[in-house]
Design a protein around this ligand. Sequence first.
Ligand code: 3H9
Length: 632
Amino acid sequence: MTVAYGQQGAIAVLTIDNPPVNALSVAVRQGLIDGIGRAIGDPAIAAIVVIGKGKTFIAGADIREFGKPPQAPRLTVAIAAIEASPKPVVAAIDGVALGGGLEVALGCHFRIGTKRCQLGLPEVKIGIVPGAGGVERLPRLIGLEPALKMMVSGDPVRADRARELGIIDAIAEGDLLTDAAAFAERVVAEKTPIRRLSESTIALDGVDWRALLAAARATAGKSHRGQISPQRVIDCVENAITLPFDQALGETIRIINELIPSAQAKALRYAFFAEREAGKVPDIDKTITVRPLRSAAVIGAGTMGGGIAMCFADAGIPVLVLENSAEALEKGMVRIEQNYQDMVQKGRIRAEDKTKRMGLISKAAGYDALGDVDIVIEAAFEEMAVKKDVFARLDRACKPDAVLATNTSYLNVDEIASATKRPESVIGLHFFSPANVMRLLEIVRGAKTAKDIVATAQALARTIGKIGVVCGVCDGFVANRSRGPMTREASFLVDEGALPQQVDKVLYEFGMAMGPFAVGDVAGIDVGWRVRRSLDATRPKDQRYSPTADRLYELGRYGQKTSKGWYRYEKGSRVPLPDPEVEAVIMQSSKDQGITRRAIGDEEILARCLYAAINEGAKILDEKIAAPTRSG
Ligand code: 3H9
């Protein structure tokens, strides 16, 4: 039974049992309707509790059903049946109530959650809008502004905040079902009036809703540039304000039906499942015991090392930071503190969170201080000799079962591991800058890396809120390697007749956060130069090579750090400005290569850049670098 019917005294208990996450598949929708009908028809029943089996209330609609012909009953019908019940219905929420899951809870008359519950309408993240009454009911329950924020961001709120906002009426102190049943009994005994949200109105006294919606549109236009669904959510909210409930819901259903087959929603659904697939490695299964990671150390307090240390502190794991000199260490600590301060100022964390997290980050006096840590991540200078020296020292200093990780972005993890007597304990953990923000974490499995170290790294990724992608050893791993050919193609386009600003504009408008030349200026043209030099020996002689970036390097144009790179930068500004000096370098480079420059159209730029990346992606899959059982 996907919805089991039980009884506790005068309380009917509908338990949703649809593993793994109680998604609202057709059987659940029908089960809810049947259960509610049965409870209403039974004179011995006074109230109803809806609860999820396992650790989840309901994760939402079954995303796998999207794109297939809809099957009756619709979720809106099931929720309408719940809401219409003349007997009080209480949602008992543990774990997550997301999307359709929260919509079911909003159809119930009361809600009680556990301390660890999380509630949200994340539909925008898969390119759609909440389509089963969430848009209409949530602002009626908690007011326009917070509801709008939750729906446009798609971010869930935790129990305390949900209670504060009034999404849940109580937080369970003991066993959820016992507390929910007691809550229901109280409602019956006290004759608490049933609150059907569809019958209420949105409180708009003193609210300039037009201004609020306009501001939300502008903010979403920036934070979700090019994305359709956040703007459509706001359209739906506007309907919820201006139209009667049923009419607004009808419009929302029309909009969600339009969005589900759209290219953006399809791509976001693909990404949702792909992110989960990335976590699955054929020979690493749940039976492998992962090592507990209760303490960590980071070698290097630069931008990367500092960001990685913050990841641990954010997850409540104490972390030591080691640097070459006391001065560099101090500088790194100040930068970390400043980053947290910025987060406090932006309202992302509270001042007490900053204090707590800073309290978890300590300075290490030397390698001897690392004897007890469970994991070390090296984020030192990107040069093989430096890395090998660090790993030889770690080998001597760290306890036998410590995980030794390198944050290298392109060096050979096997060679780094060879500096130790325990290559099976060595793994790559490649963070992306800013490390405490970016969600991707490449887990680079060396030829000798032990399986439990891979599994431990995957568990760590989850603990620190990253998407861990296991890959094999190769130049650039998956992310940088698949980007490399795109950057190269961009350079060829510039040699053939385009300018950096044109190429960057095309890729930015396509949806990338930055074009490849702007990225080059952030990453450092000197860094790119060093990478190219390290590849000189192995680069096939007949492979096309653009010398233009090397010329910028020779001129000392290292990017933003020197205020000059592919662009020029005004003092204190990160806005890239086209530079005639660069154009002159480009013209000369084309001439020296014997290339007659021509006008290049935007379509050609997009196609050549994307196809280069796609082809490399296919090669990465072909070589089994992505999710390899063994690297190499
Ligand atoms: C919606 O509700 C629309 C409505 O407004 C109205 C429509 C009319 N469907 O992430 P995990 C699978 S839209 C199908 O690894 P965790 C997932 O693929 C929906 N499958 O676990 C994986 O399968 P497998 C709005 C789903 O503990 C397994 O469950 N809701 C769904 O790290 C475990 O997932 C969302 O967008 C689903 N809805 O995180 C919530 N959800 O084992 C999306 C999960 O085969 N879900 N699966 O790889 C999540 O955010 C996380 O999965 C969750 C669990 C927090 C629930």
